[in-house]
Each structure stands twice: as C-alpha cells, then as structure tokens.
Write a protein that binds this ligand. Structure first.
Ligand SMILES: *Cc1c(COP(=O)(O)O)cnc(C)c1O
Length: 360
C-alpha cells in the first residue's frame, strides 16, 4: 500500500518505522502479554516508560539536573492558562510578544484570568510576516512569553531574546526540530502532535528554580509542582500517547542520529521548498527573510483562481494537507520531523510541473 505524502499541520506525519513498531508491539508490550493501553499506570512498566521518556527528552534537549520534564494532558492550550496561573497572581503584570494566532491566544487567556498583559512587541501591523528583533529585553512583569514557531503564519524565532524575568516558550510546532540552547529558557512546552507523536500528551520543560516563585493556591491538577512531585503520575497519564512519543524519540536518537542530524535534514527540506517558491512566478511565500519557519512553509498561489485547483490536484496526486489555516487562507506545507527530504522533493516536483502546465 502506498501512503500519501503528508503535509498536514497537526496532528501531522509520524515516522513509518515507528508506526510499524507500534503495530508490532500492540498486543504484547514488553512481554506482558497485554497492550500498553491495558496496563496500570502504577505498574513498573509504565513507571519505567515515563522515566525513560523523560530521560530521553532531557538528553535530546541537552538539559541537566536543574530542569524537570513533565508529561501532561490538555494540549498547548491548557499551558496558556497554567503558565499565568502558576507564575503570577490576578492583577500582576505578565509580558507577551504577539507574533500571531497562538501567541495572541496565549496572551488573551492570561487577560481572561485578570493578569495585566503587556505586549512587549508585535508584528500584527504587518500581518505577522516577521519576528520582531529582540535581543535583550527588560520588563517589569512576572514572565515573558513567546511562541517559538508560528504554525499559522510560517515564521520562527532563530534566537530567543535574553530577558530579566523567566522566559516561557511555546515550542509546540518546532520542539526537537533543531538544536536550541534550552538552558536559556525557564519554561518550554509543546504538545506532541506536531513534531513528536500523537495528540494527548504535552511536554513541559521547566527550571527547578521556578518552583520557589510559584503560586500554591491553585487546584492540584493545574499545579506544575504537584505533577513534578508525582513524576507525571499524579493522575492517570496518557500512557499510549507517551508510549508512541517514546518510540519517536528512539527513532530520533537511533535512526536519525540526534537533533543535530535532524536539524540538517530539516534545513535542507525547508531551503529546497523556499527556493522552489522564490524561483517561481506562480507561488510566493509572504514570511520575511530571517523570520521564515523551517516547519511550516506558508505560501500562496498568486493566481487566486487556481488555488483550489492546486490543492485538489495535489490531493489527486497523493499529496495531502496543503490547505492553509482558515484564518489566513492560501497554502501551507508542514514539513515536520517525520516528513522526509524525498517527500519534499515530491512536492517540489509537483509544484514545478503544475506551474509549467499553467503558464502561458
Ligand atoms: C497547534 C498549536 C497550538 C494548539 O495546541 P493544542 O494542543 O491544540 O491546544 C498552540 N501553539 C502552537 C504554536 C501550535 O502550533
């Protein structure tokens, strides 16, 4: 069976070897005779699975004993609430950079919780086509929040700002797609369903030093300290999602050879696609140079009348997921970790042929 080439924005592509391994292990997890979904979350198997997953994440991200990794539920959207709730109190100041859609949502959620939201910088006036240049930031706030990769607009920070308060980063659509010095970050979070695995589990990386500043008067289920105290087993964790993510992490470490190797492949994929678009007379990419995402390549078909036809023809050719987000329209190819260089070559070949057919 030949599989479509998958550019869906999230949930997105998973590595085929991982899916095959999951199928193989489905009915008998580690010689238990049971499926991983049937095991008690207090069993040694699941405790070991969580420990191993956390250790792999820390190893891949290059962080040490001063960080905790939590595996939570609720997606990135729950983190929009947990961050203000844990790191500030109502009426206190919190700072955000507004790079569009998810970054905007994050700050709106803080506002709903009656934090005093300060927008430190924004690219809204230019349709979120760039990342504001910020190297050093001084704010009078409990933390600064940024979104590492803007999934909808196709922009990404190449370097995070240095700031005098804790830096919280939404890495949902680019975690483990490149080497990042996570030691410069105080709190980072990412759901799994874009670059790391299936929906259902959210990775939160946080500096242990933050616990001293955390609010304690919050429900247990929303408290980072409570999840940390119970090693991400405070309540039933999403065992199956954690298990699949664990196999993806093994794939990154053992098959790909780690984040530096993966970054190289991802950079090659992105430049191939941007070069194709920049050289074309039919397609264009609005994200400004220096701010372009390597995970979500947003582009338009300049002849508006052809846009639907382009997306439909691609689908008929076995290339799926190219429709842009409903907020911005146009097209988008999400080239997450599991999308191979060959997949991108297939897309580029299709785009060149399409342009040739429609130039007169
Ligand atoms: C997709 C996405 C979200 C939303 O994640 P959910 O898990 O659906 O809540 C948040 N932030 C970014 C950067 C995203 O790409």
């Amino acid at each position: 069976m030949s599989r479509p080439v998958n550019f869906y924005p999230g949930p997105g592509a998973l590595p085929l070897p991982v899916l095959e391994r999951v199928r193989e292990e489905l009915l008998d997890y580690e010689d238990t005779g049971l499926c991983v979904m049937e095991l008690s979350h207090r069993s040694p198997h699941i405790i070991r699975l969580i420990d191993d997953t956390v250790a792999r994440i820390k190893r891949l991200l290059g962080v040490g004993e001063d960080f905790d990794v939590l595996l939570l539920q609720g997606g990135a959207s729950l983190q929009f609430c947990m961050i203000p709730m844990n790191l500030s109190a109502p009426g206190q100041k919190v700072a955000y950079v507004d790079t569009g859609y998810w970054a905007t949502k994050a700050m709106e959620e803080a506002g709903k919780m009656h934090r005093e939201v300060q927008v430190v910088a924004s690219s809204r006036e230019e349709n979120y086509t760039f990342i504001p240049r910020l190297d050093e930031v001084e704010v009078d706030a409990k933390y600064l929040h940024i979104c590492s990769n803007n999934t909808i607009y196709g922009t990404a920070w190449d370097r995070y700002p240095r700031v005098n308060v804790p830096l919280a980063v939404d890495m949902s659509s680019d975690i483990m797609s490149r080497v990042v010095d996570c030691n410069t970050v105080d709190l980072a979070y990412a759901h799994a369903q874009k670059t790391l695995g299936p929906a259902g589990v959210t990775v939160v990386l946080l500096k242990r030093g933050l616990y001293d500043r955390m609010e304690t008067d919050i429900p247990n289920i929303l408290s980072y300290a409570m999840h940390a105290k119970h090693n991400s087993n405070y309540h039933t964790p999403p065992c199956f999602a954690i298990y699949v993510m664990n196999r993806v992490l093994q794939w990154i470490e053992n098959d790909i050879g780690g984040l530096a190797a993966l970054e190289k492949i991802n950079a090659e994929k992105a430049s191939l696609l941007y070069e194709c678009i920049d050289a074309s007379k039919l397609f264009s990419a609005p994200a400004q140079a220096g701010s372009r995402s390597r995970m979500n390549v947003v582009f338009t078909v300049d002849r508006k009348d052809l846009e639907e036809d382009f997306i439909g023809s691609a689908e008929r050719a076995g290339i799926v997921g190219l429709r842009g987000h409903r907020r911005v329209g146009g097209c988008r190819a999400s080239i997450y970790n599991a999308v191979s260089l060959e997949d991108v070559e297939t897309l580029v070949g299709f785009m060149r042929a399409y342009e040739k057919r429609h130039s007169s």
